[in-house]
Design a protein around this ligand. Structure first.
Ligand code: HQG
Length: 184
């Protein structure tokens, strides 16, 4: 299996469907590396520990993390089930960004950003990242999020180990479309 294919399979299994490989995540979202490798082997995917470690290290968005001993692996964010990622609430910068597409805009400006299938709404630290996130679905539109103002009114923010900002939802009052001319 190519690295990219393994990375996609890991995202699917570790974020959404561990049962696909007859695995169970612990409360922090981890699964044993040995357990994962044998579950893959049982499905005729011959993945070496070296390849797994390479995918963890080279994943463009640093999607996966190993525990301190290197014995367990988890997805760093993006789960559709409740896992405790052991993230501490942290004060956000004054502004964060969200990349989306035109077809969601009206709804978003009406009801705010909601997590949909995920546990959190994902926010980007800069325009360029939001541009890439929105660009996965079409021509990207960037929303500015008044994060510090939200935080002041009690909204809780987290930053995942790979730099994605997470919060439960963003009410419409804190959203503004970025001036298209400023979009990269
Ligand atoms: C939209 C990737 C209608 C939202 C990226 C988005 C990211 C609404 C979509 C990570 C809405 C959800 C997450 C509302 C939000 N009405 N549409 N009220 N609220 N939406 O994939 O932020 O490659 O769950 O704009 O890098 O696109 O997976 O979230 O378009 O960090 O590692 O609903 O996924 O990382 O889509 O992306 P997603 P996202 P990975």
């Amino acid at each position: 299996m190519e690295d990219i294919e393994l990375s996609k399979l890991l995202s699917y299994v570790l974020r959404h469907h561990p049962e696909h490989l007859s695995l169970t995540l612990d409360e922090h979202g981890y699964v044993g590396v040995d357990e994962l490798l044998s579950a893959l082997r049982a499905r005729a995917h011959r993945i070496s520990r070296e390849q797994l470690e390479r995918v963890v290290t080279t994943s463009d968005k640093q999607r996966f993390g190993l525990d301190a001993g290197g014995n367990r692996i988890r997805a760093r964010q993006g789960h559709s089930r409740r896992v405790d990622l052991e993230l501490e609430p942290i004060a956000p910068p004054s502004q964060l960004f969200h990349g989306t597409v035109e077809r969601f805009l009206e709804r978003i400006l009406q009801e705010g950003l909601i997590p949909k299938a995920r546990q959190h709404v994902h926010l980007s630290p800069d325009h360029a990242t939001a541009h890439d996130v929105g660009g996965r679905r079409g021509s990207p539109i960037i929303l500015e999020v008044a994060a510090a103002a939200m935080h002041e009114t009690g909204h809780v923010f987290y930053r995942s180990e790979n730099g994605v900002w997470l919060t439960e939802r963003v009410p419409p009052a804190y959203l503004r479309r970025a001036t298209p001319a400023l979009e990269p």
